[in-house]
Design a protein around this ligand. Structure first.
Ligand code: SF4
Length: 341
């Protein structure tokens, strides 16, 4: 893949002029790079910035993260979504305490063995924070590599990813591996944009990019179509009593594990309020998870008494803010809850 061999020099020159200024880049310790990379999974950079600062303020070290009570951790993460990421962060922090005496591991295989850390994240930590010559191939890097080489294989297949990763590993400058990986991510995020919009005129690879030559960048990378999401129609009960709202904790495993929610159920199952009181339709909302889509109809219920099913709690405004983490899947109804507390 001669185009990838030609890439490092022009790419690094471009990066020195155009690197994005990001808070985790100013002090790239393994802990900082790790936390930022986990937050950036499935989440845009702009959305991560505020969370990253708050997270480090609340939990500045691996030891703090390892010891953090679950409620507090969920509170710090609240709104970022994909909560299993936060649980895995804590699990990995505990592994670092147990296996490595609290010191972040410096060996690639030890980093890769931590909970929630895949090839990309391990590569990012090892190259950016520790200067090791290992690739960190995310969706951005994969798109750039596929276009540069006009590779028409399906990039969702492990063989394709492995071949492009191997080519990048070969080409990577040993003494600037972290910069090379970050430059590739930045090029994908700001110039070699997805779909039909690459800004080839601004690209340091424009003179030798095979997709640009063939005028087919918009068709790459080739990806197998995704499985359709399952749609669930759900009824959400916003149950109020004396300026409190009813919450219930989700099961410890599965979707939104362990978080607190407004009681809800599949629309066909038992669409009568779970406590006595009049139900009034309030609003509709939608939330998209990776494999499921919730189409929700929320009803307010003014509960006649204090009694709740076992395991449910009443939460006032302060408790909702400080103690219970309600996932953003229910955000469409937060104004209704706010008006009733
Ligand atoms: Fe992407 Fe265009 Fe650069 Fe090729 S020339 S790597 S398609 S931005």
């Amino acid at each position: 893949m001669k185009e990838i061999e030609l890439l490092p020099l022009p790419l690094l020159e471009w990066y020195h002029e155009n690197a994005r200024v990001l808070p985790w880049r100013s002090d790239p310790t393994p802990y900082h790079v790790w936390v930022s990379e986990i937050m950036l999974q499935q989440t845009r950079v702009a959305a991560v910035l505020g969370y990253y600062a708050r997270f480090l303020e609340a939990l500045p070290t691996v030891a703090d993260l390892a010891q953090c009570p679950e409620d507090k951790l969920m509170k710090v993460w609240q709104g970022l979504g994909y909560y299993s990421r936060a649980r895995n962060l804590q699990k990995a922090a505990r592994q670092i305490m147990e296996r490595h005496g609290g010191e972040f591991p410096t060996n690639y295989d030890d980093i890769r063995a931590l909970a929630g850390v895949g090839d990309y994240t391990a590569g990012a930590i090892a190259s950016i924070a520790l200067g090791q010559a290992v690739p960190a191939v995310d969706g951005n890097a994969l798109r750039v590599a596929a276009r540069l080489t006009n590779d028409r294989r399906d990039v969702t297949r492990p063989e394709t990813k492995a071949a492009l990763t191997a080519a990048l590993r070969e080409a990577m400058p040993v003494h600037a591996a972290g910069e090379f990986n970050q430059a590739l991510m930045d090029l994908g995020a700001t110039v070699c944009l997805p779909k039909v919009a690459p800004l080839c005129g601004k690209c340091p690879a424009q003179n030798f990019c095979a997709a640009r030559k063939a005028d087919c960048a918009g068709e790459l990378p080739v990806k197998a179509p995704k499985r359709a999401r399952r749609v669930e129609e759900r009824i959400v009960w916003l149950i109020f009593h004396e300026k409190k709202v009813a919450l219930r904790q989700r099961p410890k495993t599965g979707l939104l594990a362990g978080l607190w929610e407004y009681p809800n159920e599949l629309a066909g199952e038992a669409p009568i309020p779970p406590v006595s009181g009049e139900a009034v339709f309030a609003a509709a909302g939608k939330h998209i998870f990776t494999h499921i889509e919730w189409h929700m109809k929320a009803y307010t219920v003014a509960a006649e008494g204090e009694e709740l099913p076992p395991g449910w709690v009443w939460a006032d405004k302060g408790e909702l803010r400080e103690r219970y983490s309600v996932p953003s899947a229910f955000q469409a109804f937060s104004h209704i809850v706010g008006e009733n507390l």
